[in-house]
Design a protein around this ligand. Sequence first.
Ligand SMILES: Cc1ccn(O)c(=O)c1
Ligand SMILES: [Zn+2]
Length: 262
Amino acid sequence: TGDHWGYGIEDGPSVWHKTYPIAQGNRQSPIDIVPHQASCDPSLGPIVLNYDHCTSMNIANNGHSVIVEFDDTDDRVVIQGGPLDNPYKLKQFHFHWGGKGCHGSEHTVAGNSYASELHLVHWNAVKYGTFEEAATAPDGLAVLGIFLETGDDHRWLNMITDALYMVKFKGSVTDFEGFNPMCLLPSSLDYWTYLGSLTTPPLYESVVWIILREPIMVSEKQLSKFRMLLLTEEEEDQRIHMENNFRPPQPLNGRKVLNLCV
Ligand SMILES: Cc1ccn(O)c(=O)c1
Ligand SMILES: [Zn+2]
């Protein structure tokens, strides 16, 4: 009932437009990235991440994903450069993933999905007063997308997967301080960028997307721990696992995908 959206047959991406008409807008995300159709833009510089004074606060199960939130009163933890006109402050990061052996990324590359996708969500605190205000502005948010590919264990991802049992149920939150997401970046910051939207309701068209080309490697065992998370609350009898929480690619509608010139 109401705006309880999800990823199932009854409440999933194919019916979100009934409550959120912008789902059929002209700058929706994710998209399929076709590398050889991307244009290189000489005015695009490298992405610069200043995550040194990272202040993660907590980790939570919001019923759609697992999310690590940051204290954004500190304006030292920022992303800048690339397509961005000014620094954007880190607010939270979360993941999207599939079912066992299935794919789970939101963006695809030449039609290929990855096992999972990490989103580091930043907001334009230079132009807007609050995250909520920025989230509705066309240049309000900058989301850094990182693909996760199955392979070896990711040494630092263990800090997150080992905390997941504490936020098993929807609505649970626990302290998670001092985690610095720098440790989740691949070696190359080469990226694609395009203008899009949130990939979950309310689907606001307020995101400058920056998708790193190089995936990070995580093990199947680590991914399986994400699938142990539940969509249901502690007091509910039914236990539904959180998996396949990804929106499929949306029409490009003539948008340009840009990348760094080599
Ligand atoms: C702000 C926001 C909310 C949901 N998702 O998936 C995002 O990637 C960004
Ligand atoms: Zn996301």
